[in-house]
Design a protein around this ligand. Structure first.
Ligand code: C2E
Ligand code: CA
Ligand code: CA
Length: 715
């Protein structure tokens, strides 16, 4: 007998039959086929033999004395090791009832007596083989499902024709549902897809079916308990021989953890840790997206560049923790202001489109996508400026800030992000130049301006040595006596190439470049020379006010430098008043107090210039020994009709009086202004109404003449 012996080696057949002859014949036939055999005539003994020997296959007669074959079969199946053991039952010929009962009891197959003994070996061999194949298949299915579960990877198959789906265990686990609870249809499957991604998934499936091509996508699912998970899905279509899609097979892997890690990495790389806003990198990416999007729709994009006006000062004086809090609160206020109506969600981006970013320090950007007119950006900018100026309450302080905003527009100003950012930045600086707390659109003249500034700077560097500076003097008049009590020295620059350049242009540049320190020193020396000339001519003594930029206070030896100039020229300190801005007083704290005390002790007068524009609180002034307070000209404009300005001036006067300060009001241009100021109690006036700044020779003539002005009595 040439039975394939692979399956027979050491395979043990348990023969259970009460018929001695059958047992013998079976033993012989199987022995010849290479099987080992054990036998019993008794049903009860069969079970204990099964337990002990664990045969590979059981040959079992239905009719046994005592416990019958069907019962034995059932008992073997219930045995922990017996679930998969092939059981071949021996029945009477055409005994249909027995055949049915044999299957019901769990038999693998049956064989009818009388047997063809030659065939028995083959039957047993094939049964073993197929049972092993089944066993292996079961095993590999088990380990596959185990692997799938570990990888959170499920597979599914969809019969397109009858809409039945088969899902592996891992799919149920990913969906977190009981297999029993589910319809196995495509719709049931689709119900798990996140509403945001339904469209994405169903069109991927549709496209796969119509074009018979595989898909591979990441999307979200929504679990019955409301949790959201991320999955990676791949599927392909199986077509029949006519090319008609009949089935679809796919896998689904839960990648939520990976997505979460990606998100974390993304957060670190793309978001500012202090405010949680997108950082510079993400801002640029977003702007790129916005431009592409607007390009397709022929709409506009506005880039707003925002810089806080007083942040550095707050940070320096109140400390970094207040500074940080301010930035956080500002960021959240900004988000609320902009998001209210201007948050844009892109149609093909599942994540929200971030329109606000923090570039670093106190610089923020806002992208306004999809606008029709550049004026839309102005509306937003105005609202931001309004919101910014409301007070912040931080660590017990009430803090005020303002913002300056520059705006550039795509495609009007430029087509690329680099230029748009640069232009918005330029416009922001322009807003600062115009007094801060405002917004400006970029215009070509600003870049021309930047170029001009560079040219100017080069010229400014040589202005001193080329002796291009002169001084003009503007009288300050006491309206009660009609006499000049002080002259303000004002610098004039005439450049042979550029002509007259106004101080409002070159002074800020000189401050930025640090050239101002040398320039102010030149001014003080020139004033001292002039005073000496007047003194030697025998003119009545007059005080001269000299503007001193805050930059001078950065150097430690300011009092010594001034003392040296005074001593060299032989001018009495009482003849000089130094005009300082509020910024100087606020910036440097205790050191400034000491420096100013030194200057004061030397006999110099101190004035605070442009008062009211620098946000310094009135009580702040008490720390300094000042002589004069100059009310800024911005309060004088329209003072006759603007009750708010009049109220501010009244308050400033009350303060100055309580601190025994001399008040000078500058920028008086009209008789009405003068009249109003007189009624408020200001009688020391500087302004075009009385005199413009004059050349030194004109002012010398005037001093010689002893010019007096019309007197005005106080109320
Ligand atoms: P400032 O110290 O506030 O000087 C007063 C400015 O107001 C002067 O402008 C003066 O010409 C102008 N002014 C006087 N009366 C009137 C008026 O009735 N109406 C109007 N609209 N303006 C009036 P100027 O000379 O152009 O100087 C501008 C600024 O440049 C000065 O403002 C001061 O901050 C700065 N500056 C001028 N000279 C020097 C200097 O020698 N050193 C420093 N550091 N800064 C200086
Ligand atoms: Ca001044
Ligand atoms: Ca002034």
């Amino acid at each position: 007998m040439n039975v394939d012996s692979t399956y027979n080696t050491r395979s043990l057949v348990l023969i259970v039959d009460d018929d001695f002859f059958i047992r013998t014949l079976a033993r012989d036939a199987l022995g010849q086929a290479g099987f080992e055999t054990e036998e019993t005539s008794d049903g009860d003994e069969a079970l204990s033999l099964f337990s002990r020997l664990q045969p590979d296959i059981v040959l079992l007669d239905v009719m046994l004395p005592g416990t019958d074959g069907f019962t034995v079969c059932r008992q073997i199946r219930e045995h922990p090791e017996g679930a998969n053991t092939p059981i071949l039952m021996m029945t009477g010929l055409d005994d249909v009832e027995s055949i049915r009962k044999a299957y019901d009891s769990g038999a693998t197959d049956f064989i009818s007596k009388p047997f063809n003994w030659h065939v028995l070996g083959y039957r047993v061999q094939y049964m073993l083989r197929s049972s092993r194949t089944l066993y292996d298949l079961d095993n590999s299915r088990l380990s596959l499902s185990y692997a799938q579960r570990i990888a959170r990877l499920g597979s599914w198959e969809w019969n397109v024709e009858n809409d039945r789906m088969r899902w592996s265990d891992a799919v149920y686990e990913i969906f977190n549902v009981d297999p029993q609870e589910l319809d196995k249809t495509y719709q049931a499957f689709l119900n798990f897809i996140h509403p945001l991604d339904k469209e994405l998934v169903s069109s991927a499936v549709e496209e796969a079916l119509t074009q018979k091509k595989p898909y591979s996508i990441d999307h979200q699912i929504l679990l019955p308990d409301g949790r959201e998970r991320f999955v990676h899905s791949e599927a392909e279509v199986i077509a029949d021989k006519n090319g008609k899609p009949v089935r679809m097979a796919g896998i689904m892997q839960d990648i939520t953890e990976r997505k979460e890690a990606e998100k974390q990495i993304r957060n670190l790389a793309y978001f500012d840790s202090l405010t949680g806003l997108p950082n510079r990198i993400l801002f640029k990416e977003n702007l790129d997206h916005a431009l592409a999007h607007a390009g397709r729709k022929s709409s506009k994009v506005a880039t707003l560049f925002l810089d806080l006006d007083r942040f550095k000062w707050i940070n320096d004086t109140m400390g970094h923790s207040v500074g940080d809090k301010l930035l956080q609160e500002f960021a959240s206020r900004l988000s609320k202001t902009v998001r209210k109506s201007d948050c844009i969600t892109h149609d093909n981006l599942s994540q929200p489109f971030y329109s606000i970013a923090r570039l670093g320090g106190d610089e923020f950007t806002i992208i306004l996508d999809d606008i029709n007119r550049s004026q839309d950006a102005a509306i937003v900018a105005r609202r931001i400026i309004e919101e910014s100026s409301k007070p912040f309450f931080l660590e017990g302080h009430e803090v005020f800030v303002t913002a300056s905003i520059g705006i550039s527009i795509y495609p009007d100003d430029a087509n690329d992000i680099v230029t748009l950012i640069k232009y918005a930045d330029t416009a922001m600086y322009h807003a600062k130049d115009l007094g801060k707390n405002n917004f400006q659109f970029y215009s070509r003249s600003m870049t021309d301006n930047a170029f001009e500034l560079l040219l100017l700077e080069n010229q400014l560097r040589h202005a001193l040595e080329r002796e291009e500076f002169t001084l003009h003097y503007q009288p300050q008049v006491d309206m009660v006596s009609g006499q000049v009590f002080c002259l303000e020295a004002l610098l004039r620059w005439h450049n042979p190439e550029l002509g007259m350049i106004p101080p409002s242009t070159f002074i800020p540049l000189a401050e930025e470049t640090g050239l101002i320190v040398g320039i102010d020193e030149w001014v003080l020396k020139a004033v001292c020379r002039q005073l000496k000339v007047w003194e030697e001519e025998g003119l009545p003594p007059v005080r001269v006010a000299v503007n001193l930029s805050g930059q001078n206070f950065v150097q430690k030896n300011l009092p010594e430098r001034i003392r040296a100039i005074l001593e060299t020229s032989g001018v009495r300190p009482e003849c000089i008043e130094l005009e300082l801005t509020e910024g100087v007083l606020m910036k440097n704290g205790e050191e400034t107090v000491a420096t100013l005390n030194d200057l004061k002790a030397m006999g110099l007068s101190l004035a605070i210039d442009d008062f009211g524009t620098g946000y310094s609180s009135l009580s702040y002034l008490k720390r300094f020994q000042l002589d004069t307070l100059k009310i800024d000209k911005s309060f004088v404009q329209n003072i006759e009709s603007d009750s708010e300005n009049a109220a501010i001036v009244t308050a400033i006067i009350a303060l100055a009086e309580s601190m025994k300060l001399r008040i000078v009001t500058e920028g008086v241009e009209t008789a009405e202004q003068l009249d109003t100021l007189r009624n408020l109690g200001c009688h020391r006036i500087q302004g075009f109404l009385l005199d413009r700044p004059q050349t030194s020779s004109d002012i010398t003539l005037q001093l010689r003449d002893g010019k007096s002005y019309p007197k005005a009595s106080l109320p």
